[in-house]
Ligand binder design. Structure first.
Ligand SMILES: Nc1ncnc2c1ncn2[C@@H]1O[C@H](COP(=O)(O)OP(=O)(O)O)[C@@H](O)[C@H]1O
Ligand SMILES: [Mg+2]
Length: 509
């Protein structure tokens, strides 16, 4: 590995509209011929920093130097002209074109590349040189996620990129594909290219990189070499020293609390086949917040979908107030008193084109008190909606405007208001405050506590460890599809939870 600096980012600050400060003065450097891991929890600011380098976002402050020269990167094309390319978490390929067509797409202004046959030949050469198997004539929509990723990589190599940024590249890969990707990365740096490997997985950073930059809450907190740091230290760096959070005031738990939710040895398949939930068991009682901590992608999403009736169960059982609800439909569960605050608010929580008033009773139109003998009672619905808007301080110019005109925070207030106004026995809340400003965040958290105090059972799934620590009565940690720990809040330190979350005990598996 050389020491020549190919990229230097200094004092990068990025504030998103809405006020989230994603980068708070970040310095980052990349050397020629190295694999540099950018490690940190969800929300640390990694993607933001790399999108700035790749020209997808403009920083509010800071300087970027590429190969010693100060540059102004205004677009991905600018970045590409400097040899910088990024493989994003979400692909940008056009499904009904071939691999070769996708690779040369956008380059047809270069006359010598108009020859598709020549292009295919060059693609074959490139794929061999770094061990990326793809058929240039295959249609994109016939490819697996792993193959699409290879096409994205080839697209960058085809454009002579020598700084390649990978954002969580293994999240879409099966295990053997991960090894193959690592081989490709190694052969790329042997050829003098430089790689930024963005990840939240500690063992990946340790096994693939020459250096690791650790980010936390928008800042760089450490720069280390894998061989110089042990697992425990790295966990502490990633998770940070956490002061005991101020726990939200709450009523004492009841002596004999009824069991509301029981999950027994649940197995659930993920989108890519294979088990996403690998035998999970736990119970949630009335007046209790059961918080599930874990880094995104460890089975929480599939678990929630199985409980809320959105995803089939492979094996195991789910009991709700004593009844086996495995395989029941969403509407049956709603009728039984299950509320759901989804993370994907726009997609799942509301019908964006319908007015606020309709959204305030979404999926419940046909249930008392909103309708009688199949006829919706408009006035009851309007009153109900106005009450939610008032109580939950949903800022909207009128309840007849489509929901999509509301800000994210106000859509969330509407959903929370709706779900919490249903006298639910169980509330499943999935990252309920993600992306919200401080005021809305506190509001949502208080509402959850109030509901708990009123006797509801709350299943809180959050990738925000502080949120879990603040709200939960019992904490479970998910890692790799398993509940690796369950303990009453207060009996597990943030540090311990962090270790479980990061798979600290399976480093180097
Ligand atoms: N487009 C956006 N608008 C507003 N906030 C955003 C946007 N993208 C990311 N954020 C916020 O910026 C912070 C950093 O996010 P990100 O850079 O994606 O972190 P990471 O990649 O480390 O998970 C998070 O708090 C996230 O919620
Ligand atoms: Mg990211």
């Amino acid at each position: 590995m050389g020491t020549e600096e190919v990229v230097l980012m200094k004092g990068i600050v990025k504030v998103y509209p809405g006020g989230v400060v994603a980068n708070r003065g970040v310095d980052f450097d990349l050397r020629r011929g190295e694999i540099h891991a950018l490690l940190g929890e969800n929300g640390a600011g990694k993607t933001t920093l790399m999108k700035i380098l790749a020209g997808c976002l403009r920083p509010d402050e800071g300087e970027i130097y590429v190969k010693g020269r100060k540059v102004d990167i205004r677009s991905p094309r600018d970045a590409m002209n400097l040899g910088i390319g990024m493989v994003h978490q979400h692909f940008t390929l056009i499904p009904n074109l071939t691999v070769a067509e996708n690779i040369i797409l956008g380059m047809s202004d270069l006359p010598h590349l108009l020859n598709l046959e020549e292009a295919k030949e060059r693609i074959r050469e490139l794929s061999e040189s770094v061990g990326l198997k793809v058929d240039p004539e295959a249609k994109i929509d016939q490819l697996s996620a792993g193959e699409k990723q290879r096409v994205e990589i080839l697209r960058l190599l085809y454009r002579n990129a020598d700084v390649l940024i990978f954002d969580e590249p293994t999240s879409i890969l099966a295990v053997p594909e991960v090894e193959a990707l690592f081989e490709t990365l190694r052969s790329m740096v042997e050829q003098g290219k430089s790689v930024v490997f963005v990840t939240h997985k500690m063992w990946e950073a340790l096994s693939i990189s020459d250096r690791i930059t650790v980010m936390r809450k928008g800042r760089v907190v450490a720069r280390v070499k894998p061989e110089e740091v042990d697992d425990k230290e790295l966990v502490a760096l990633v998770v940070g020293e956490r002061v005991a959070p101020t726990r939200v005031e709450r009523a004492k738990p009841k002596e004999t609390a009824e069991e509301i939710l029981r999950v027994e040895n649940l197995r659930v398949e993920g989108d890519r086949g294979g088990l996403a939930v690998k035998g999970v068991s736990f119970t949630v009682h009335e007046g209790e917040i059961f918080g599930i901590a874990g880094i995104e992608g460890n089975g929480q999403k599939e678990l929630v979908e199985a409980i809320t009736g959105l995803r089939p169960v492979k094996s195991g059982r789910i009991l709700f107030i004593g009844q086996d609800i495995t395989g029941r439909s969403v509407s049956e569960l709603i009728e039984m008193g299950m509320a759901y605050i989804p993370e994907e608010r726009i997609e799942r929580g509301v019908a964006a084109d319908l007015p606020v008033v309709d959204n305030s009773a979404l999926k419940r139109f046909w249930v008392n008190p909103f309708s009688e003998r199949g006829i919706i009672k408009g006035e009851v619905l309007r009153k109900f909606c106005s009450k939610i808007v008032e109580t939950f301080k949903v800022k909207c110019p009128g309840i007849d405007i489509p929901v999509r005109y509301l800000s994210g925070g106000n859509i969330q207030r509407l959903i929370v208001g709706r779900e919490l106004s249903m006298n639910a026995r169980l509330v499943v809340a999935e990252n309920p405050t993600a992306g919200l400003d401080v005021k809305s965040t506190n509001f949502v958290r208080e509402m959850l506590i109030r509901l708990r105090d009123g006797g509801a059972a709350i299943l809180l799934v959050s990738t925000d460890l502080d949120e879990i620590l603040e709200l939960s009565d019992v904490i479970g940690v998910m890692y790799d599809g398993r509940m690796v720990a369950i303990r009453p809040a207060g009996q597990m330190t943030a540090q311990e939870i962090g270790t479980y979350m990061l798979g600290g005990e399976v480093v180097g598996r």
